[in-house]
Design a protein around this ligand. Structure first.
Ligand code: KG4
Ligand code: ZN
Length: 341
């Protein structure tokens, strides 16, 4: 606060990670603390919202203090507090929002509410210092599958979205069906390396009249039908082949739509974001297709793909320097939309 640097304390608690970070001048991550609840939700095969809220409450203050101390800072050094206020689980979001509002109220440090998806997109700025809008971003997480034109900092146009399941949701459901457990994405990614991606021909859904939209529920049903069929006929299932063929189907659809969107919107940069963006097959395929098409490809490291607070700090920084502040009425908004402005 005393120098020209802008330090953001960021808080993220929208799903099953309690996270806090300190980000300097938008792109320099001074600390990034993530307390994951995966171990406890694994017992139930997915995120249990009530448990998530309770665990966030237990951890939030500790995580915030750790983020400050790892950054070598005190609250007096912080210029603004960024916090995810949606979309996500309402009880989970409320913990982060309440913590951020309390600190802001007690210290007079400005408050900046951040859209979780905007945070995922901004994760690309951390390690790609040269990346600037405009570019296209494919956001693929547990709850979202969006094709977004990033027109400028804080200015987005959503040109495609899933009609049903999100890509990560499909990974998690298919993983459960083949007995891999939660969270399914990383497990399918790993098992697929031992399987044949062309073993089973699963569908690649196309939506008439909406070339940038996605649908993954038919693919999920096709996998379940295949497993049921094999069981009824007494055919032995090779889980690695099912995983690899499913992953190939998701990859083909994501890559085709993303490349088409970059070209048709006359952009030359493609970024990916969200938990599924850490998938090795998807990254490899996008990297190859981008090279073939003269498109610059950007992706965050896996730790910045899944939920974290550093990405929220980056998004909050650009909102903050654009003069955006939140009031005491900032509330958790579980179905918050990414609006174009
Ligand atoms: O972005 P994220 O941490 O949380 C949401 O905002 O939803 O994404 C979590 C999702 C889960 O569905 C998880 O299975 C998926 O990301 N995921 C992956 C991989 N790592 C995480 N999916 C495919 N391959 C991976 N390596
Ligand atoms: Zn997320």
């Amino acid at each position: 606060m005393s120098d020209n640097n802008i330090n953001i304390l960021a808080i993220e608690s929208s799903c099953d990670e309690t996270a806090a970070a300190v980000v300097k001048n938008g792109r320099q991550v001074l600390s990034n603390v993530i307390s994951s609840q995966i171990a406890i939700h694994t017992i139930y095969g997915g995120v249990v919202p009530e448990i998530a809220s309770r665990k966030h409450m237990e951890k939030i203050n500790q995580v915030i203090n750790q983020a400050l101390s790892e950054a070598g800072m005190k609250l007096a050094d912080i210029d603004a507090i960024g916090v995810t206020y949606g979309p996500g689980l309402v009880g989970a979001l409320l913990v982060g929002v309440s913590a951020a509002k309390s600190i802001s109220f007690a210290t007079d440090i400005p408050l900046v509410g951040v859209h979780h998806i905007e945070g995922h997109i901004c994760a690309n700025y951390i390690e790609n210092k040269e990346l600037e809008p405009p570019f296209l971003c494919l956001v693929v997480s547990g709850g979202h599958t969006h094709l977004v034109i990033v027109k400028d900092y804080g200015k987005y146009e959503v040109i495609g979205r899933t009609r049903d399941d999100a890509a990560g949701e499909a990974f998690d459901k298919v993983a459960r069906a083949i007995g891999l457990g939660y969270p399914g994405g990383p497990k399918i990614d790993k098992l697929s390396k031992e399987g044949n991606p062309n073993a089973i021909e699963f569908p690649r859904a196309v939506i008439d009249g909406s070339p940038y939209d996605f649908s993954f529920s038919g693919l999920k049903s096709a996998v379940l039908n295949h497993l049921n069929y094999c069981q009824m006929k007494g055919i032995e299932v090779n889980p690695a082949d099912v995983a690899a063929s499913f992953q190939q189907s998701v990859t083909d659809v994501l890559v085709a739509r993303a490349i088409k969107a970059v070209k048709e919107n006359k952009l030359n940069k493609l970024a990916i974001a969200g938990g599924v963006a850490s998938n090795s097959a998807i990254r490899q395929a996008l990297s190859y297709e981008c090279e073939q098409n003269n498109i610059q490809f950007y992706h965050p490291s896996p730790i910045f793909c899944t939920d974290n607070a550093a990405m929220i700090g980056v998004a909050a920084y650009y909102e903050y320097i654009n003069g955006i502040r939140s009031g005491w009425d900032l509330n958790a908004v579980p179905n918050l939309k990414l609006v174009s402005r």
